[in-house]
Design a protein around this ligand. Structure first.
Ligand SMILES: *[C@@H]1O[C@H](CO)[C@@H](O)[C@H](O)[C@H]1NC(C)=O
Ligand SMILES: *[C@@H]1O[C@H](CO)[C@@H](O)[C@H](O)[C@H]1NC(C)=O
Ligand SMILES: *[C@@H]1O[C@H](CO)[C@@H](O)[C@H](O)[C@H]1NC(C)=O
Ligand SMILES: *[C@@H]1O[C@H](CO)[C@@H](O)[C@H](O)[C@H]1NC(C)=O
Ligand SMILES: *[C@@H]1O[C@H](CO)[C@@H](O)[C@H](O)[C@H]1NC(C)=O
Ligand SMILES: *[C@@H]1O[C@H](CO)[C@@H](O)[C@H](O)[C@H]1NC(C)=O
Ligand SMILES: *[C@@H]1O[C@H](CO)[C@@H](O)[C@H](O)[C@H]1NC(C)=O
Ligand SMILES: *[C@@H]1O[C@H](CO)[C@@H](O)[C@H](O)[C@H]1NC(C)=O
Length: 214
């Protein structure tokens, strides 16, 4: 009698662990989010366009850009806060040459969108830059993007997460980005993401272990 009582309790306990394990697994699978991908698709600096040798072009201190924002998640939306774009020349990261803000917006499942604009750049050593590209070198412009995003899962929103990425855009004497391909903006702190991923894997492996133990 006592033995069968213990067995019942054990079975109950096991099924409790099994159910919580499965729940944890499905929660993890359905709440998993990934940040949107940001890339520079087009970048043009008329002042560095050697083909156009007019003084108008040399004195044109504008930069035109096309930034692509890509939500790769099939079942979650992304809500962007105001997006701050900051531009630098070369390795002079203490003085932004231009800034631009994109108003916040909502992006649906698996959607991507572009934001194009033109900014006036200040503090670029234009003559040196033109000389460098004329010599066949490339000059680099850094694009920094900072915003906060929250994810929409069914009808709920998650808390906000920082999205801070950057990338260097090489420009040659065509006055344009050297590569046709987009330049993906990357995070400064990849370790944070890895750390979170590892935690999720621990939960996952723990769950699988429990399932196999039963
Ligand atoms: C880049 O800009 C040029 C000129 O504005 C345009 O013709 C071209 O289609 C753009 N390319 C991409 C990839 O957006
Ligand atoms: C460079 O200048 C040439 C000649 O004016 C023009 O056809 C071309 O579109 C310009 N390129 C860029 C990137 O502005
Ligand atoms: C610069 O422009 C002048 C006339 O505007 C032209 O004769 C000359 O060939 C151009 N030089 C280059 C390097 O394109
Ligand atoms: C957005 O970027 C894509 C991919 O490079 C390009 O083909 C398209 O012309 C861009 N759209 C706008 C509106 O700039
Ligand atoms: C960075 O840019 C600013 C503004 O143009 C300039 O005053 C400063 O000397 C530059 N610093 C370096 C290290 O080039
Ligand atoms: C461009 O090339 C010339 C000759 O090779 C050299 O004297 C000059 O310093 C170079 N300028 C730059 C900015 O690289
Ligand atoms: C964007 O810039 C505004 C104004 O400078 C600032 O208040 C906001 O915190 C910035 N956002 C991010 C994510 O850095
Ligand atoms: C400069 O970049 C443009 C755009 O990618 C490319 O078509 C051109 O061949 C490049 N010029 C040089 C001199 O590398």
């Amino acid at each position: 009698m006592a033995e069968s009582g213990g067995e019942g309790c054990c079975r109950c306990c096991c099924s409790f662990i099994f159910t919580s394990g499965l729940t944890a697994l499905f929660m993890w699978l359905s709440l998993r989010t990934s940040k949107p991908t940001c890339s520079v698709q087009n970048f043009s600096v008329p002042a560095l366009n050697k083909t156009d040798n007019s003084t108008t072009a040399r004195n044109d201190h504008t930069i035109s850009f096309d930034i692509k924002l890509d939500n790769g998640m099939k079942d979650k939306g992304v809500c962007y806060d105001t997006i701050n774009l900051t531009f630098f020349y070369g390795q002079n990261y203490s003085f932004p040459i231009a800034t631009y803000t994109v108003p916040g917006f909502y992006q649906g499942h698996n959607k991507h969108t572009n934001r194009t604009a033109m900014v006036e750049a200040n503090g670029v050593p234009w003559e040196a830059a033109f000389e460098a590209v004329s010599n066949g070198s490339t000059v680099a412009f850094r694009v920094g993007l900072a915003t906060r995003v929250k994810f929409k899962i069914l009808t709920f929103y998650t808390k906000r997460h920082n999205l801070i990425v950057k990338g260097d855009v090489p420009v040659n004497d065509s006055g344009k980005k050297v590569n046709k391909k987009g330049i993906k903006l990357k995070s400064n702190a990849p370790h944070l993401g890895n750390h979170r991923l590892r935690l999720e894997y621990v939960v996952f492996i723990f769950t699988v272990l429990i399932i196999f133990l039963l």
